[in-house]
Design a protein around this ligand. Structure first.
Ligand code: SAH
Length: 288
């Protein structure tokens, strides 16, 4: 057995550790290229080394609301920081304007970091941006990130899978595509109810009542444990715990700050068995 203290390299500085992990240098972000990167959920600890490499090399960083502002301080002196997200409930910049801008910046020969919360290819419209870049012949690279629906769960003390409880986990959005009158029409909620597997919902707080009704109509028990996780993986992380039948009402009486995830399924109850709070989880608002 080798103790940590005996291993070569223990006790080295953060700089040296990062340098060693990267083999001394970052993958190069070339002029005229775009990196479509995820910042992970919540605070800066969830950034990957590759995303960090993008941050320190980019000439321009086009970032979304969910990116921890603290990480932007790592940008090169002179790098341009451009916000491209929703702010204070105002409508977001149109998606086609963002993609057109990325294409233009790359054509100018800039090193472009397109920075999104979580993983760029999970419910963040990253695929739409990548499609345009591909169509326009702009060289780009995807830098994966931790997605909120998995890392945010873990940060709140809820395991995504538990042997004997679930064999699958559904990541879904509770927000239909633009232009649909029924806000939750895009998904067959009865089919998801019949699966009998936990469901993690992104962008769903507003539509939770309608979703919970459909899941119950599809046969999911009203007593199924359910939780809302607000600002997962940050110092302000808050949990509201209830059941499929109660959670929407609880959230109406006690609105939580965004962003928030909803998780429905037996895995929610594992939190208690595991000692409740993960080390850095804060308030838990139990059923009231
Ligand atoms: N690409 C992102 C998701 C973008 S959709 C990812 O992979 O995580 C935005 C939704 O993600 C929010 O409405 C919310 O449901 C969820 N979300 C993102 N970050 C979160 C966080 N820190 N805490 C709780 N929910 C979060």
């Amino acid at each position: 057995m080798v103790k940590a203290d005996d291993r070569a390299g223990s006790g080295i500085s953060v700089e040296a550790a990062v340098g060693r992990l990267l083999g001394g240098r970052c993958p190069v972000l070339e002029p005229g290229h775009v990196w479509l990167a995820g910042a992970g959920p919540g605070d800066r600890g969830h950034l990957t080394l590759n995303a960090l490499c993008g941050l320190i090399q980019a000439d321009i960083i086009v970032y979304d609301a969910l990116v921890d502002r603290g990480v932007l301080d790592l940008a090169r002196p002179g790098a341009v920081l451009e916000f491209a997200g929703k702010r204070g409930g105002r409508p977001s910049i149109h998606q086609s304007d963002i993609t057109a801008r990325l294409v233009m910046l790359a054509r100018e020969g800039q090193r472009v970091l397109r920075f999104k919360g979580g993983d760029p290819y999970v419910f963040g419209r990253g695929a739409e941006e990548a499609l345009v870049l591909a169509r326009e012949g702009i060289p780009f690279r995807i830098i994966p990130g931790l997605t909120a629906g998995l890392a945010g769960l873990a940060a709140a003390g809820i395991p995504a899978t538990v042997r004997g409880i679930n064999q699958a986990i559904v990541l879904a959005t509770g927000h239909s595509a633009e232009g649909e009158t029924d806000p939750v029409a895009s998904l067959d909620w009865s089919a998801l109810a019949r699966l009998g597997q936990p469901i993690v919902l992104y962008m769903s707080v507003r539509n939770l009542g309608a979703i919970a009704d459909r899941l119950q109509a599809g046969g999911m028990s009203p007593d199924t444990p359910a939780a809302a996780i607000s600002r997962a993986a940050t110092a302000e992380q808050t949990l509201l715990v209830g059941t499929l039948a109660t959670l929407a009402g609880q959230l109406e009486r006690h609105p939580l700050p965004t962003p928030a995830l909803i998780v429905i399924g037996g895995i929610v109850a594992m939190r208690d068995a595991l000692g409740g709070l993960a080390a850095d989880a804060q308030a838990v608002l139990d059923t009231f």
